[in-house]
Design a protein around this ligand. Structure first.
Ligand code: PGA
Length: 250
């Protein structure tokens, strides 16, 4: 049985004080049972948030990490560094990184491999744009992205990877995919994983939905058979609302 998982992607939001405040609300409200829960603050606040989360069941993730562990790469953070300050997870290949920072399936796959080597669970994001969906290319795009982004990952390591299906047209727009659209894409992705890695690994793979998840649509989305929770952006910045989304996954 796959366990539901809700991760908050704070993106480039909060300041030190509001990050700590938000983390406190989430840690205090997460209780001891329920869906798996994580927050992914901006890199500069990870350590402050880690201190707040200590002793709670809320996990910590980075929003990106580079594809090597140390060296002359000005401005980057390495997987070893994220691990060092208490992260267990890292988001990779978010559409904003693909769109604004030149992330490719190949770089995502290299990053996922080294993240795994450093004991981080990658949350690998894929998703089509509105144009691609309207052109009937959704499945083609998802196939290329998922197979490309996992090309360096072998079967034993796949069990430590989380996938996030995030249709670009639903991110930050307030227009979420319908539960049927999400289910269709998730089932397709799980089917591709079954073809490449085998049925049992595909059945255990956690596939999150992301794109305008809110407290009032979370339960229906998470109720779909292949939707294992959510990667939440805007709604994760409100602690109480985020906790309602986590509760929808219980
Ligand atoms: P959103 O973002 O919930 O604000 O749509 C989701 C994401 O980008 O992970």
């Amino acid at each position: 049985m796959r366990r539901k998982f809700v991760a908050g992607n704070w993106k480039m939001n909060t300041n030190r004080a509001t990050a700590i405040e938000l983390a406190k609300t989430v840690a205090a409200g997460a209780g001891t049972v329920g869906a798996r829960v994580a927050v992914c603050p901006p890199a500069v606040y990870l350590e402050a948030v880690a201190a707040v989360l200590a002793g709670s069941r809320v996990e910590l993730g980075g929003q990106n990490a580079y594809l090597t562990n140390a060296g002359a790469f000005t401005g980057e953070n390495s997987p070893a560094m994220l691990k060092d300050i208490g992260c267990g997870l890292v988001i990779l290949g978010h559409s904003e990184r693909r769109q604004f920072f030149g992330e490719t399936d190949e770089s995502v796959s290299k990053k996922a491999k080294i993240a795994l080597e450093n004991g981080l669970e990658p949350i690998v994001c894929v998703g089509e744009t509105l144009q691609e969906r309207q052109a009937g290319k959704t499945f083609e795009v998802l196939r290329t992205q998922i197979l490309g982004s996992l090309q360096s990952i072998d079967a034993p390591n796949l069990s430590r990877v989380v996938i996030a299906y995030e249709p670009v047209w639903a991110i930050g727009t307030g227009v979420n995919a319908t539960p049927d659209q999400a289910q269709e894409a998730h089932a397709f992705l799980r089917g591709l994983i079954a073809e490449k890695y085998g049925l049992s690994l595909s059945q255990n793979l956690v596939i999150l939905y992301g794109g305008s998840v809110k407290a009032d649509n979370a339960a229906t989305l998470f109720g779909q058979p292949d939707v294992d929770g959510g990667l939440v952006g805007g709604a994760a910045l409100d602690g109480k609302g985020f906790l309602q989304i986590v509760a929808a996954g219980a």
